[in-house]
Write a protein that binds this ligand. Structure first.
Ligand code: NAP
Length: 273
């Protein structure tokens, strides 16, 4: 049956590259037989204002927002959710009646695999201090982790976030001295392409026991996660976060839940993981 779409959803970013979000959301529209379509709109920074004008005039019912617009888009919305305010970045636009709202579903996405088993952590170590690290910091705050330490190749960025989120800072070279039971990679090291065999955390740094959480999801088993497993640590790959942040966007737009396992299978199959 040919269904004529009535509602448009979008992802904006620049460059957009090969985003998995259209596959995720269009699969959800199919699953629930919704007359909607989700499209990628590569939007350079100088076109963001035009896009946001279009958002308020065309039948655009929601959007995902990615680099480099996550901060700059905030000036174009009517309301920011407390989570997006805490992170200082928006990755989702949705309508609450006539009010255009900016939210950040990366926080819930990050938390999803950690809240399933009622985990508690003594000390979390965050590797990297870019945009994703801010969502992780906000998530760890919600999780009430006793102690959080951040480090980054460029120390100033980590120092800045440490002050903003009231957590500890350690030099990148000293990260192996932190006795953490949750280590989170928010750098692109390990990602397919130029970084694929790299790790932000040499194997000898895994001591005692804990959970290694990689935000990278292509490949699913990065060097960081393989080293963690060899050291007897539990691991969480980045597809858990990607699936959960996307599912939350879909719920905000349609009030429907795409099963996380469906998204995992869809993305793994599409990427050949
Ligand atoms: P970003 O804002 O560009 O930040 C990248 C961070 O990685 C910076 O702290 C940077 O350090 C560090 N870094 C980059 N190359 C490095 C290297 N060779 N050695 C050590 N540190 C390095 O990027 P982002 O938006 O935070 O994203 C980071 C990663 O998370 C990406 O791989 C992205 O795909 C992934 N991510 C996944 C999800 C998910 O749902 N699973 C969601 C968001 C992001 P400097 O400050 O020194 O440059």
């Amino acid at each position: 049956m040919i269904r004529t779409p009535e509602k448009l959803y979008a992802i904006i970013g620049h460059p957009l590259g090969h985003t998995m979000s259209p596959a995720l959301h269009n699969s959800g529209f199919n699953m629930f037989s919704l007359p909607a379509v989700y499209m990628a709109f590569p939007t350079p920074p100088e076109k963001l204002a035009d896009f946001m004008n279009a958002f308020r005039t065309l039948p655009i019912h929601g959007a995902s927002v990615t680099i480099p617009h996550k901060e700059t888009v905030m000036q174009y919305v009517d309301r920011i959710t407390p989570r997006a305010a805490k992170v200082g970045a928006v990755n989702t636009l949705f309508w609450d009646n006539e009010t255009l709202v900016g939210d950040n579903t990366d926080v819930l996405g990050f938390l999803a695999p950690l809240t399933q088993d009622d985990c508690t952590f003594r000390h979390a170590l965050i590797l990297g201090a870019g945009g994703a690290a801010k969502a992780v910091l906000a998530g760890l705050h919600e999780l009430n982790v006793q102690q959080v330490t951040i480090c980054n190749r460029t120390a100033e960025r980590a120092q800045h976030l440490a002050e903003q989120f009231a957590v500890e800072f350690v030099d990148w070279e000293k990260r192996g001295t932190v006795e953490a039971d949750l280590v989170i990679n928010t750098t692109p090291m390990g990602m397919s392409g130029e970084h694929v065999e790299k790790t932000p955390y040499p194997p000898e740094m895994f001591r005692n026991e804990g959970i290694a959480y990689d935000l990278v999801y292509n490949p699913l088993k990065t060097t960081f996660l393989r080293d963690a497993e060899k050291a007897g640590w539990n691991t969480i790959d980045g597809l858990h976060m990607f699936a959960a942040q996307g599912a939350e966007q879909f719920r905000l737009w349609t009030e429907k839940d795409i099963p996380l396992e469906h998204i995992r299978t869809l993305i793994s199959t599409t990427l050949g993981l």
